[in-house]
Design a protein around this ligand. Structure first.
Ligand code: ASP
Length: 589
């Protein structure tokens, strides 16, 4: 329970913290009119402050002038009320309200501010159009769902701070006006007035500054850091978002992972989110792609994928044979005994197409072990038996097969797994899984050559003569199929850093121009170091059971990057542009 507020002329108690044992006390509370009800001469007012709701009862005989004032109150007026805490009559006790045993018998009432009729009700959680909620965010924040989310967010951050403080981390800040750091997204740029034509970039993360802290001997750093990435707004991303960012010197992977397990299990406990106790399982990238078709696998249900290339090779089915001849694979999963109509099965092709594939083949295992399937006729009885066995299928089970390039087949089946889990409710209510993803590839092929899978400061494993085979010393934390954080052990010598830049197609000149300060720092005794960053918004959304991170960010932007509250982004005066040496190529509508 909270400490009572300092008594002043407005209040001396939190409304939501009064209980049966306060009976007889004279207190003063302040808050918003949540609801008002007139009951044959008596007026009941639910007053709401951040702590909760307290019922005021205003009697015409005992309340004096307060009664007339109470009659005029409307929703969201701001009041301060004095009175005596009394027990409610037997029939009026409200077991759903922490203050439900008592009420305040009002003797004085001050109206501190009026309110226009709100554009949506504050006293219920019914769905409201999101743009309207954002436009009137201060009203939305008064609603219980948002208030609970903000309080949870605070609790999560405080828990992180406590655990890290106990482990000797320093909370330090890094600049917002900086130079671009490559985390794979577009930068937000800020024009310099003092050096016209030059630009700052907003940090995509504090990555290089935190590494420099390690080279600066500070050894253990963390920050609740704002990151800015000018990405096309895919579902549930924000242009600015918050990370728990940290870095440690003289560490290996296990040190960072164990530290993070301590931080996050404390966070999960504080949020009442039951995750099995650490250490959490580790899954290599290759294994996760093979078994779950995803680098952030949801392991809360089965439907694991199996490679069937070997058992189905050499059939009469030209489609599969052509894929296999091109270096592709045939993989499948056992969906279990599912009732799906022909058109529902056809509908699954959509899921496969979303992942770049063409189609999914299906088969239902019959009593004798054969397949009922449009493609059954192409396979020998041995092949059917072997594939059925590999998928551990029984009579009545539905099998789904995809033949494609390995990555596409994996992701398509991964998508089908998730779709089936959603459709058939395969995830047990209340089950949560945390796991580490490790052994990622260091580089991935891009149109222009190689790209870094994590970021180019991640320490590699393997031989630079074969970049495609190199692995990184990176790790991601995945919970319930969400990637909630990621990090790595970093490069700590200029030689390795230069080689990585070279694989990424950066000339020495360019590397020097963009990252000269890092290369310099690496020449002056850089300790082995590593770290991680957790997506705070996603963590809070997960704990709060919300689908959208916008529901746990106080002032988020819409999917198109707009802020309906302030109207940002917005044009600026010509004078401001002139000062910055900027001329627009676009006209404002
Ligand atoms: N800076 C990285 C990111 O934002 C995290 C890390 O490597 O620590 O994804």
């Amino acid at each position: 329970m909270r400490r009572p507020p300092r008594a002043n002329s407005l209040r001396d108690a939190w409304a939501g913290d009064l209980r049966g044992e306060d009976e007889g006390r004279t207190v003063r509370v302040a808050g918003w009119v949540h609801r008002r009800r007139d009951h044959g001469g008596l007026i009941f007012i639910d007053v709401r402050d951040r702590s909760g709701i307290l019922q005021l009862v205003v009697h015409p005989e005992t309340a004096g002038g307060a009664f007339a004032a109470a009659e005029r109150l409307r929703s969201e007026h701001v009041v301060s009320a004095t009175g005596q805490v009394v027990r409610r009559e037997e029939g009026n006790v409200n077991p759903n309200l922490p203050t439900g045993e008592i009420e305040l018998s009002v003797t004085g009432l001050d109206v501190l501010a009026g309110s226009e009729t709100p554009p949506f009700p504050i006293d219920e959680e019914a769905p409201v159009d999101e743009v309207l909620r954002l436009r009137y965010r201060w009203l939305d924040l008064r609603r219980q769902g948002m208030r609970d989310a903000m309080i949870l967010r605070h609790r999560v951050v405080q828990t992180m701070r406590t655990v890290l403080d106990e482990r000797d981390f320093l909370e330090l800040e890094t600049p917002i006006l900086t130079r671009s750091t490559p985390e794979g997204a577009r930068d937000f740029l800020v024009p310099s007035r003092l050096q016209p034509g030059s630009w700052y970039a907003l940090p995509q993360s504090p990555q290089l500054f935190k590494q420099l802290f390690m080279m600066g001997g500070l050894e253990r750093y963390y920050q609740i850091a704002r990151c800015f990435r000018d990405e096309d707004q895919r579902a549930d991303r924000q242009l600015e978002f918050t990370q728990l960012d940290l870095e440690m010197a003289f560490v290996e992977e296990d040190d960072v992972m164990a530290l993070m397990e301590a931080v996050m299990s404390a966070v999960f406990e504080a949020g009442g989110f039951p995750v099995p106790a650490p250490p959490w399982p580790r899954l290599s990238y290759d294994e996760a792609m093979l078994r779950f078709g995803s680098d952030r696998p949801d392991t809360r249900f089965g439907l694991e994928i199996r490679d069937l290339s070997d058992v189905l090779r050499g059939s009469e089915f030209r489609v599969f044979e052509n894929v296999l001849a091109d270096g592709g694979v045939v993989r499948g999963l056992n969906a279990g005994a599912r009732e799906m109509s022909r058109s529902e099965l056809d509908g699954l092709n959509e899921v496969v197409r979303r992942h770049g594939g063409t189609a999914v083949a299906w088969a239902v295992v019959e009593d004798g072990g054969g397949w009922r399937s449009p493609i059954a006729k192409f396979f020998s009885a041995e092949q059917v038996a072997a594939a059925t066995g590999a998928l551990q299928a029984r009579s009545g089970d539905l099998l789904l097969l995809v033949a494609d390039a390995p990555r596409i087949a994996a992701e398509a089946l991964g998508g089908l797994r998730l779709e089936l889990a959603r459709r058939f409710g395969l995830v047990d209510e209340g089950r949560h899984d945390a796991l580490w993803m490790v052994d990622f590839p260091m580089f991935e092929p891009t149109e222009e050559g190689w790209g870094a899978v994590h970021h180019p400061f991640t320490a590699p494993r393997g031989d630079f003569s074969d970049p495609g085979a190199m692995r990184s010393r990176g790790y991601d934390l995945v919970v319930d199929g969400w990637e909630i954080g990621g990090g790595s052990i970093r490069i700590n010598t200029p030689e390795v850093q230069e080689q990585v830049f070279k694989v990424l197609g950066m000339s020495e000149d360019e590397a020097q121009r963009r990252f000269g300060f890092l290369l310099d720092a690496l020449r002056y005794g850089a300790p082995p170091h590593g770290g991680i960053a957790m997506g705070l918004d996603r963590v809070v959304a997960l704990l709060a059971g919300r689908d959208s991170i916008r529901d746990v960010i106080a002032y988020p932007k819409t999917a198109s990057g707009a802020d309906p509250l302030t109207g940002a982004p917005a044009p600026v005066d010509d004078r401001q542009l002139r000062e910055l040496g900027i001329r627009l190529l676009v006209e404002h509508g």
